[in-house]
Design a protein around this ligand. Structure first.
Ligand SMILES: *[C@@H]1O[C@H](CO)[C@@H](O)[C@H](O)[C@H]1NC(C)=O
Ligand SMILES: *[C@@H]1O[C@H](CO)[C@@H](O)[C@H](O)[C@H]1NC(C)=O
Ligand SMILES: *[C@@H]1O[C@H](CO)[C@@H](O)[C@H](O)[C@H]1NC(C)=O
Length: 518
């Protein structure tokens, strides 16, 4: 999935820019991203949050941080941000907490954007510290202190008496502590790495001890089931240090969703991508006369053709969409900078997008493991090995270490586009300036803007970019789109009950979309 990540909502584009500058260069052969553009001076964002979000947090930008951890982090920021909104929102709308509990509002005089910003900045810094280790947010505390703001941190004892709406920092800290205790520490991701290990053994953070998933194909066993996922073997440094992929964070498939109850996610199960997997012998080759009931060869040729003559423009899009947490998800911020949306609507959009992205990740991972489909990177060089283009087939960017079907990126793009459209983002300016080298690999070669007619066409291009890049088969993109849209609709039904009266949301149906704590 996205290899460099940072989106802390918005101004966080700048977190990325700074973080890239501070991160040690990645090993040879690993693609580094370029710098991201400086933040647009935003209209409605409180100064304290802007200061906090533009401080560098290098760890979050590491290329190895995959989609589950990115979205887990962004949800740990977006959910407390919404809780802060309930306390400090100025308008007449009443918000619950992200998970539906009543909120104690601040007195009217204290309900300002600046107070919300203090609450949100505190929650953001503490969420980073909790997930990546105390000290991660030191640059945030330094930058905000230099600007005259005092944010309490997770070690703070001054907030011990509990949240007092007159102290926005303490409210933010309480919101993030509640999220940590009630959600993060119980989400089944094995973040502390102690699951299944004897006392005293060194922890193995995020190790999968739950699913029992093991690939049927492997570097040692070879390919025994042609249509099933096979670990890609890559030369990490270019000097013979070969590593085989392992499926990343398979336990995400069993993790607790945030807003859509698991039973509703399960109703969204997809049909298998291949109906006749047993019709294919491991040595199957296209055009050699063997039956091809699932039309693997058509799909393989379509992917080869789509990637055959990639223009620099398409290469740029492949890379931009490859990091949805830093690209399409950031579009929400444009609701503030150019869209004229009130701060509250923006924070509701962040709730919906981040909760969607996590819940979609849970279901996408479940489906990826259940169908265990091969990616083009391993299947095409096998079944088209008699053709030069097939034998040499290499995706435009390294494929993520997960099975093909459904495409997570397609799910994110279509679901986020749907949410933005529903919440008033239909009028967003979709001309997006990129700086030279912004997406990595020297692309774009000069500063340029990418432009889309509509959120729909942006999401379609995003899905197709997975095929152009040789990352996913078309069926995986179609399935990702269907799943992403379905999860997004479920999320909006629940958000309607958390933020009733928000323009674009349906009325809250009690007992429906009740979601909430796992
Ligand atoms: C909190 O205290 C622990 C233990 O002393 C330390 O490792 C951590 O960095 C501290 N966190 C912050 C945010 O200062
Ligand atoms: C943590 O969560 C548990 C279970 O929901 C609850 O009983 C406990 O009071 C919480 N602790 C804190 C410090 O919030
Ligand atoms: C949309 O954004 C681009 C890039 O920031 C800018 O050049 C253009 O003027 C904007 N269009 C409108 C209609 O605001």
């Amino acid at each position: 999935m996205a290899r460099r990540s940072p989106r802390v909502a918005a101004a966080a584009m700048a977190v990325a820019a700074a973080a890239v500058a501070l991160t040690p260069p990645p090993p040879l052969g690993v693609v580094a991203g370029g710098a991201l553009p400086p933040p647009t001076p935003p209209s409605g964002i409180p100064q304290v949050l802007l200061t906090a979000a533009t401080a560098p947090i290098p760890v979050f930008s590491h290329p190895a941080i995959g989609a589950p951890l990115q979205w887990r982090t962004l949800s740990a920021i977006g959910m407390p941000w919404f809780d802060c909104l309930g306390v400090y929102a100025r308008d007449d709308r009443r918000f619950t907490t992200w998970d539906g509990a009543p909120v104690r509002r601040a007195p009217p005089a204290a309900r300002t954007a600046e107070q919300w910003g203090l609450c949100a900045a505190t929650a953001m810094a503490a969420a980073f510290d909790h997930i990546y280790g105390g000290g991660t947010s030191a640059p945030v505390y330094a930058a905000t202190a230099a600007a005259g703001y005092t944010l309490p941190d997770l070690n703070d004892t001054a907030c011990a008496r509990g949240p007092d709406p007159s102290d926005a920092g303490c409210v933010g800290l309480a919101a993030v502590r509640r999220y940590i205790n009630g959600t993060l520490d119980r989400d089944g991701m094995n973040a502390d790495g102690r699951a299944g290990l004897p006392t005293g053994a060194p922890p193995r953070p995020y190790l999968d001890t739950r699913t029992g998933y093991a690939p049927v194909n492997g570097p040692a066993a070879g390919v025994t089931a042609l249509t099933r996922w096979a670990p890609l073997v890559q030369d990490a440094l270019g000097f013979g240090t070969y590593t085989a992929q392992t499926v990343a964070m398979a336990q995400t498939s069993l993790a607790a969703p945030l807003l859509v109850p698991r039973r509703r996610l399960w109703r969204l199960r997809l049909r298998p991508p291949y109906r006749s997997p047993h019709a294919y012998a491991p040595g199957f080759v296209c055009g050699a006369g063997a039956a091809d009931p699932d039309r693997l060869c058509d799909a393989a040729r379509a992917v080869v053709a789509a990637g055959a003559h990639l223009t620099p423009g398409r290469r740029t899009l492949i890379r931009w969409f490859d990091r949805p947490a830093a690209s399409i998800a950031d579009l929400a911020f444009r609701m503030l900078t150019g869209g004229g949306a009130p701060l509250a609507d923006y924070v509701v959009a962040e709730l919906a997008i981040n909760a969607f992205a996590w819940d979609a990740t849970v279901q996408v991972w479940a489906e990826k493991l259940r169908h265990d489909a091969a990616r083009p990177a391993t299947l095409i060089p096998s079944i088209l090995r008699h053709t030069p283009a097939g034998a040499a087939f290499t995706p435009a960017v390294p494929p993520p270490p997960t099975p093909d079907y459904p495409s997570a990126v397609a799910a994110y793009c279509h679901g986020i586009a749907h949410i933005l459209r529903a919440l008033g983002g239909g009028a967003l300016n979709l001309t997006i300036p990129l700086t030279e080298g912004q997406v990595g690999d020297g692309l774009p070669a000069a500063a340029e803007a990418i432009s889309f007619d509509s959120l729909e066409s942006l999401a379609t291009a995003c899905g197709e970019s997975r095929v152009w890049g040789g990352l996913a088969f078309p069926a995986a993109v179609d399935a990702g789109r269907a799943l992403g849209l379905a999860v997004a609709k479920e999320v909006l039904r629940t958000v309607a009950c958390r933020a009733p009266g928000t323009p674009g949301l349906p009325p809250c149906e009690r007992g429906e979309g009740g979601g909430g704590s796992p």
